[in-house]
Design a binder for this molecule. Structure first.
Ligand code: AMP
Ligand code: MG
Length: 495
């Protein structure tokens, strides 16, 4: 059965479908039994220049469920490869996602992709479907990341299908309409590099430059400039993750976007108590993608990206490899600079110098030893920049309070030499230290209510709270409190 055609609620312009056939396979979404709307992201729709009401119409809901292919859409599944947990897989591709097409809105070109809309030529043994739980998790967490100001794919809409998906048990099926700057991954480059298809690689690189780094088109060596730019964006991105306690969980090269957006919200989760070794993903048994490993893994992934680009960098292979290595060697300093600036801002300091960095890192050490909540420690420090009495609320978060007190004395003394008003320091801290993050117990609560009782009120309330992570929101105060103990909490890839 193929989906029927209807008028699109917006015009599509599908530049990826104009690339050669090897880049993708045509793939039509599979119609579902009973499409029903969970939510349209009105704020995002407006950003894209789309009418949120039109997106909630029965025709649009059918489109989001995959039951209708709108005019102008050219649904395709993208080809890619990737290193999964260090092992190269030459053929992956969109197995449970279909790119409906691209829309050109106020902020440029965006992919609209359906995740969970049925099998594609790349599905291998998978069903191409998604359960309601993973769809809600991606909606909640990706939108929380956007509100935190971190580059990410977005959630435009979510629908239920009225059909079960079979995992260990039957779960309600759902589809997520995801919006991304593009879906070009490091693995997309690896797909062609593994086939030694240099013309295709060149075409992909040029397409990526035109779409994501147009300023580089005129560079003396545009492909080297592309490598450097992607390295820069990934370094900045991972620094942002660390500074909010985010653990991606499955940083395979097929899950790393060359646009620098966070993509693929499978087993991701935020850390509660600070522990650099935190791992949530059930399949990450070696802790490869643990919180503190993320910069090294990003660097490793970028080395795989650089390898792909070597044939484009110079006719002389040795010179090409040297250029790639020189670009890669910039990653650690680039990451460190971004991470440290972000970390210092979290304790109200803005000049990156070794002494202040040592002070900030000492806090992290005290937090780790004292099992202090990452998010609340930083958030509650803000008021203490203004008034030492507020330190009480921070020290309560630590098992070893004396160690925190000793650190706090040093911090207050340092702030006193900074010459800025406490209120001003606090305001700056409150802008970078969120109060609301998608905590594991809250995400699970929203998913359980929806999956087991068909109750979407917790999902609605949580997404509303997370849309303003840096603001005090008294009506959502319970979501900002200390989480319950969640020893052994595990997340799954969402397949
Ligand atoms: P991920 O772990 O989400 O990055 O997925 C890795 C690969 O498995 C991608 O190529 C996916 O398209 C594919 N995949 C994951 N789940 C399914 C599914 N239910 N059906 C078909 N393909 C899937
Ligand atoms: Mg993936």
């Amino acid at each position: 059965m193929t989906a029927s055609v209807s008028t699109a609620p917006f015009p599509f312009d599908n530049s990826y479908a104009r690339l050669p056939g090897g880049f993708y396979a045509p793939a039509v979404p599979t119609p579902v039994a009973a499409p029903a709307l969970i939510k349209v992201n009105a704020a995002l729709a407006e950003e894209l220049g789309l009418d949120p009401q039109a997106l909630a119409s029965p025709e649009a809901v059918e489109m989001f469920a995959g039951s209708r292919v709108p005019d102008g859409a050219e649904p395709i599944a993208l080809a890619y490869a990737g290193h999964q947990f260090g092992q190269f897989v030459p053929q992956l591709g969109d197995g449970r996602a279909i790119l409906l097409g691209e829309v050109v809105g106020r902020n440029g070109r965006r992919d609209i992709q359906l995740k969970g809309s049925g099998p594609t030529p790349f599905s291998r043994r998978g069903d191409g479907r998604a359960g309601l739980g993973p769809v809600l998790r991606e909606y909640i967490v990706s939108e929380a990341m956007a509100a935190l100001g971190i580059p990410t794919t977005r959630a435009l809409a979510a629908v239920t299908t009225g059909e079960p998906v079979w995992r260990e048990r039957a779960l309600p099926g759902a589809v997520l309409a995801r919006v991304a700057a593009s879906h070009i991954r490091i693995g997309t480059f690896q797909f062609f590099a593994a086939r030694r298809d240099t013309p295709a690689l060149r075409q992909l690189a040029d397409y990526t430059i035109a779409r994501h780094y147009p300023d580089l088109a005129g560079a003396a060596r545009p492909h080297l400039a592309l490598l450097e730019a992607v390295i820069g964006r990934q370094a900045e991105l991972v620094a942002r993750w660390l500074n909010v306690g985010f653990i991606h969980g499955v940083m395979n090269t097929d899950n790393m976007s060359v646009s620098g957006e966070t993509i693929d919200y499978g087993p991701c989760a935020f850390m509660d108590a600070y522990d650099p070794e935190t791992v949530f993903s059930s399949i990450d048994q070696m802790g490869r993608y643990a919180y503190a490993n993320q910069p090294d893994i990003a660097h490793w992934n970028l080395a795989r990206f650089a390898e792909c680009l070597v044939p484009l960098l110079d006719d002389d292979k040795e010179a090409a490899v040297a250029a790639a290595n020189a670009a890669l060697s910039a990653f650690p300093a680039r990451f460190k600079g971004a991470y440290r600036a972000g970390l210092l801002a979290k304790i109200g300091l803005d000049d990156v110098n070794e002494e202040d960095v040592a002070l900030a890192l000492d806090l992290l050490a005290v937090m780790a030893a004292g099992k202090a909540d990452f998010t609340l420690t930083f958030r509650r420090l803000g008021p203490a920049a203004e008034d030492a009495a507020a330190l009480e609320g921070v020290r309560d978060l630590f098992l070893d309070r004396e160690a925190f007190d000793a650190w706090a004395d040093r911090w207050r003394a340092r702030l006193a030499t900074g010459g800025r008003e406490g209120a001003q320091v606090r305001a700056g801290m409150d802008r970078v230290n969120p109060l609301f993050i998608p905590r594991n117990h809250l995400v699970e609560w929203a998913i359980t209510a929806a999956t087991e009782d068909g109750d979407f009120a917790p999902f609605e309330a949580l997404t509303a709270a997370l849309a303003h992570p840096y603001e005090e929101q008294p009506r959502f105060a319970p979501y900002a409190g200390l989480p319950p103990q969640m020893e052994g909490y595990r997340t799954f890839c969402g397949t």
